[in-house]
Design a protein around this ligand. Structure first.
Ligand code: KG4
Ligand code: ZN
Length: 407
């Protein structure tokens, strides 16, 4: 083995990303080409456009990454690529390119589950900080991981085991992901895409108790009927074995926000905002700017929505922490960039005396450094992808609903 350099490639959704990471611990370069401008006008990711943009971006992004890292293809020890879950066409662009590079350079290819990548974003961050600072938190601790993004709201128990990691699914959403709720609510309020950063910024200027949104406890019966739930992730989780206390549902709150908007006459002002969002702008950072964009009633609605979503994520995560007693909690994925989420999770963890970790902001949302980092233990264990590797849009991570039988 050379320096332990892995080139990671990520194209599962709307970012084309590449990174070079040394031994799963040191990022030499990480480049993310966002497609926000392409999907902006649709208020969501359009799969066909995503594939086309990935095709355009993949070669320049990989080239820029290698140049920034100061390495050539010949210096690499392996290529890692996200093989799922995600959009089939988008995943295929990364996979096809990664396979071709691996074949041409005679390098091993490591397939990485996108969700495992998000978990390793935190571990990479800790390893990076630990270089020259041996007293910092150990990344190799048994962790309760909340992966909360535009596509997922999943609770895993992640456990280091003989150099690699094992995962057990404890809970997940039955319908929308938390980030999807952020994006849909932002769209209906005429805010920019993706919605998370807008709602995050605007929520600070509203009253979080103005609208009492509630989440009903999911009943065991509702998901034990044997029918697959109405979700893209259905294959990833036969939920019958999961404790209903660790299940999420975010489709209801979106409807509740819609009803509130209509009842309180906020629709017209929301629609009037749309044209202003089509020019790329930044979410406001001052109260003045926030009020220039939204009336106080809308700011209150936004703050209340976020307060309720973060409260529900906390309630279930800490209930799971009580049940499995992990060494620490990790919160990762795009929504983990949220300020209120970080503050409230941190305060609650402190109150309970449990360690908690988040990735740096740039590592919270999709990137390829997390993919290269997650690939490192698999590379060391020589777990290489088969030659026929293809995209698996509904790829499963780990075992379901149990902590004693692992894959
Ligand atoms: O992890 P990610 O980049 O992609 C997926 O794997 O889905 O997550 C993107 C999601 C989007 O739904 C976006 O609105 C949300 O993360 N997001 C946020 C924030 N930044 C991004 N949600 C809440 N607060 C934020 N600051
Ligand atoms: Zn993601």
């Amino acid at each position: 083995m050379g320096r332990g350099l892995i080139l990671g490639i990520e194209s599962s959704c709307d970012e084309t990303a590449a990174a070079v990471v040394e031994r799963g611990a040191k990022t030499l370069a990480s480049v993310v080409a966002s497609q926000i401008a392409t999907h902006l006008r649709y208020g969501g990711v359009v799969p066909e456009l995503a594939s086309r943009e990935h095709l355009r971006a993949i070669v320049p992004v990989v080239r820029a990454t290698l140049a920034e890292a100061g390495v050539s293809l010949g210096d690499l020890d392996a290529i890692a690529v996200t093989s799922g879950p995600g959009l089939a066409g988008a995943l295929l662009v990364g996979i096809t390119y990664a396979k071709a590079l691996a074949f041409a350079q005679n390098l091993p290819l490591v397939a990485v589950n996108h969700l495992e990548g998000h978990i390793h974003a935190v571990l990479l961050q800790e390893r990076q900080t630990a270089i020259g600072e041996p007293s910092s938190d150990s990344p190799d601790a048994q962790s309760l991981a909340l992966v909360v993004s535009g596509g997922h709201t999943h609770l895993y128990l992640a456990q280091p085991s003989a150099g690699t990691w094992r995962y057990s699914l404890l809970g997940r959403t039955l319908d929308d992901a938390a980030g999807e709720a952020y994006d849909k609510v932002a769209k209906l309020l005429g805010l920019g895409y993706p919605g998370g950063p807008w709602i995050d910024a605007l929520a600070r200027f509203g009253n979080p108790h103005a609208v009492p949104f509630t989440f009903a406890q999911i009943k065991a019966k509702a998901h034990l009927g044997g029918k697959a739930p109405r979700t893209k992730g259905a294959r990833t989780a036969p939920i019958a074995e999961l404790d209903p206390h660790f299940l999420f549902s975010f489709s209801g709150i979106k409807t509740a926000v819609l009803r509130y908007v209509e009842l309180h006459g906020l629709r017209a002002e929301a629609e009037a905002r749309v044209p202003r969002m089509l020019v790329a702008g930044h979410p406001p950072e001052t109260r003045e700017d926030a009020l220039a964009l939204c009336p106080q009633a809308t700011l209150d609605l936004i703050a209340s929505f976020q307060h309720a979503v973060v409260g529900d994520l906390m309630k279930k995560t800490f209930a799971a922490a009580e049940a499995v007693d992990p060494e620490r909690i990790l919160v990762t994925g795009g929504v983990a960039a949220n300020r209120e989420l970080r503050e409230r999770f941190t305060a609650e963890a402190q109150r309970r005396g449990i360690r908690i970790a988040f990735p740096a902001l740039a590592l919270s949302t999709d990137n390829a450094a997390m993919i290269a980092a997650a690939a490192w233990p698999r590379f060391v264990a020589r777990e290489f992808a088969p030659a026929e590797l293809t995209a698996d849009p509904a790829l499963v991570l780990g075992r379901q609903g149990t902590t004693d039988s692992w894959t």
